[in-house]
Design a protein around this ligand. Structure first.
Ligand code: HEM
Ligand SMILES: [Cu+2]
Length: 564
């Protein structure tokens, strides 16, 4: 891990005859693979498909809201469209987004292992995910669901005539997929680290996925049981939640949010872990406060289980209970701020290189900061009474989950793309797309804070009672088309790079970490020989690195021919 010499093409080891991409070209060799890297790519393709479905629904919502009394669709259709958007984006895109793709690809490589501990379980997890996704799509095509992705009772259990059963079945099944992945990660990280790779030498990416896996294993069974209870009430009239049947609707909200608040950390902790890798590599500096960042992931994972009641401030819970939830919600800000400060310090003391992944990383910091800070307004009971169920909440969680997590995902994809494919995309296109996404995102969601503050409720398909909201809705809809262009761009230049991008060696960014020590794309079992680790993570040498020209910079300067 101690050499920086890999940036010189001459020192590259001869590329191995076969790599994980060329090892078997048949469809069966992909669909029956147990190679974690191939499974990661299967996931990458499938989450992209689901993202496209969810994005289509989002654009329908934005079109409808361009005018105060929209005529694009019936109110009933509108309810089904926003539910479809939420279900697909949360359960089939955001939750698996980083762990199942980047996590799957990188964890074994980062710890010097040949594969995950249970390769077949990994493949099964992908099949379960796809089956669940297909079920959700069938539910949408055979009538749709109108409850919202939160499935609040008693509407979902007694009154709704839509495809609730099929949809919660799909969410239930998807839960098994994430549990399988989490078990695989935990066992692999415990058992399969290379010689010398102690816990405190692990990349922070691995720490973040470890904390995420623990949250998945503790939280997911709760939503599974909640959905089973909902099915029990809907089908067998068991009476858990509906007052008519002797149940309590608020019980559903407690159970739902006991999972779904931690679920937001299932989405954001992996994003944090990607950030730590990007910041340190592009600041050419050891990360500031390694163990604080590692432990703050565990702290966020733990505290995340104690704050669910902040979704119930207006549901009739006692004021004293609300105060406790409010205070604990504020406490989550502490470990989150620790991370932001440590990244900022790393950048401040580093010598920063502005390549595409760093553009995305900086975008993440800006957007996540707004998302996190607005969470504090919602965690204060007095302000939440005004803001609850308005567009302020919609803006808040989109800043966190889309502005934050998706930005980190794209940063990670751009960082590890040359490792996954052996080819480089055009850095200038990458920077352009990151910039367009940042601008489009803010234009879409900043107006929604204003809308919420002015009193626009979420989930309404019209607002003719307040036509003065229109200007903000139009800004938001305009922003969303810019955003759509930004998100579509990587699809094109990344696919282009597969054929025409310049080939790269093992370590085009001159980065640290075991994954950069093997060929790009890596051989089937990752390493020719098991690597031995002799130093801590991120041992960059800022002074020597001033001089280093990375392979990516030489490509950008035209030193290397394209399509070589
Ligand atoms: C760390 C990343 C975070 C994510 C991914 C996230 C995500 C979400 C989501 C998805 C919702 C809306 C759920 C819905 O009703 O559909 C929400 C609402 C809320 N968030 Fe966050 N959040 C994060 C951080 C925070 C923080 C740091 C706080 C407080 C310090 C916070 C406080 C709240 C509150 C109080 C609500 C409920 C608002 C209401 O319905 O009136 N969030 N968040
Ligand atoms: Cu919450």
């Amino acid at each position: 891990m101690s050499t920086v010499s890999t940036q010189h093409g001459a020192a590259e080891p001869a590329a191995p005859q076969s790599n994980y991409l060329t090892n078997g070209n048949t469809i069966a060799s992909w669909l029956l693979t147990t190679d974690h890297k191939r499974i990661a790519l299967l996931y990458l393709v499938s989450i992209t498909v689901f993202f496209t479905v969810g994005a289509w629904a989002a654009s329908m919502i934005r079109l409808e809201l361009m005018v105060p009394k929209g005529t694009l669709m019936e109110n009933d259709t509108y309810n089904k469209i926003f539910t479809m958007h939420g279900v697909v984006m949360v359960f089939f895109f955001l939750i698996p987004m980083i762990p199942a793709t980047l996590g799957n690809f990188l964890i074994p490589m980062m710890i010097g292992a040949r594969d995950l501990a249970f390769p077949r379980l990994n493949l099964l997890s992908w099949y379960v995910y796809v089956a669940a996704g297909v079920l959700a799509v069938i539910a949408m095509l055979t009538g749709g669901v109108d409850t919202g992705w939160t499935f609040y009772t008693p509407y979902s259990s007694i009154y709704s005539n839509s495809q609730v059963g099929l949809t919660i079945g799909a969410a239930f099944l998807a839960g098994f997929s994430s549990i399988f992945t989490a078990i695989n990660f935990i066992v692999t990280i415990h058992k399969m680290r290379a010689p010398g790779l102690t816990w405190f030498r692990l990349p922070l990416f691995v720490w973040g996925h470890y904390a995420t896996s623990v949250v998945i294993i503790l939280g997911t069974p709760v939503i599974a049981i909640t959905l089973l209870m909902l099915a029990g009430e809907r089908v067998l009239k068991l009476g858990f939640f509906s007052p008519e049947l002797g149940g309590d609707p608020v019980l559903f909200q407690h159970l739902f949010w006991f999972y779904s608040h931690p679920a937001v950390y299932i989405m954001i902790l992996p994003a944090f872990s990607v950030m730590s890798e990007l910041i340190t590599c592009f600041s050419r500096r050891k990360i500031f406060g390694y163990s604080f960042i590692a432990f703050s992931s565990l702290a966020i994972g733990g505290l995340g289980f104690l704050v669910w009641g902040h979704h119930l401030f207006v549901s009739g819970q006692s004021m004293y209970q609300g105060m406790v939830f409010s205070i604990i919600s504020f406490l989550v800000a502490v470990p989150s701020a620790i991370k932001i400060f440590n990244w900022a310090t790393t950048i401040y003391k580093g010598s920063v290189r502005f390549n595409t992944p760093m553009f995305y990383a900086i975008g993440f910091m800006g957007l996540f900061l707004i998302g996190g800070l607005t969470g504090l307004y919602l965690s204060s009971m007095a302000t939440d009474i005004h803001l609850h169920d308005t567009y302020f909440v919609v803006a808040h969680f989109h800043y966190v989950m889309v502005g934050g997590a998706v930005m980190a995902m794209l940063g990670g994809v751009h960082f590890w793309w040359p490792k996954m494919t052996g080819r480089m995309y055009a850095d200038s296109w990458g920077k352009l797309s990151a910039t367009i996404i940042f601008v489009g995102f803010n234009l879409t969601f900043l107006p929604q804070f204003v809308l919420g503050y002015l009193g626009m409720p979420r989930r309404y398909h019209y607002y003719h009672f307040a036509p003065e909201f229109q200007v903000w809705h139009v800004m938001s809809s305009a922003g969303s088309s810019i955003l759509a262009v930004g998100y579509a761009m990587p699809l094109f230049y990344l696919l282009w790079s597969l054929k025409r991008g310049p080939k790269v060696g093992p370590n085009p960014w001159a980065a640290k970490g075991l994954e950069w020590q093997t060929a790009s794309p890596p051989p089937t079992f990752n390493f020719e020989t098991t690597p031995v680790v002799t130093e801590e993570a991120y041992e960059y040498d800022p002074e020597a690195d001033e001089e280093v020209t990375t392979e990516v910079e030489r490509i950008a300067a035209g030193d290397l021919p394209h399509g070589r």
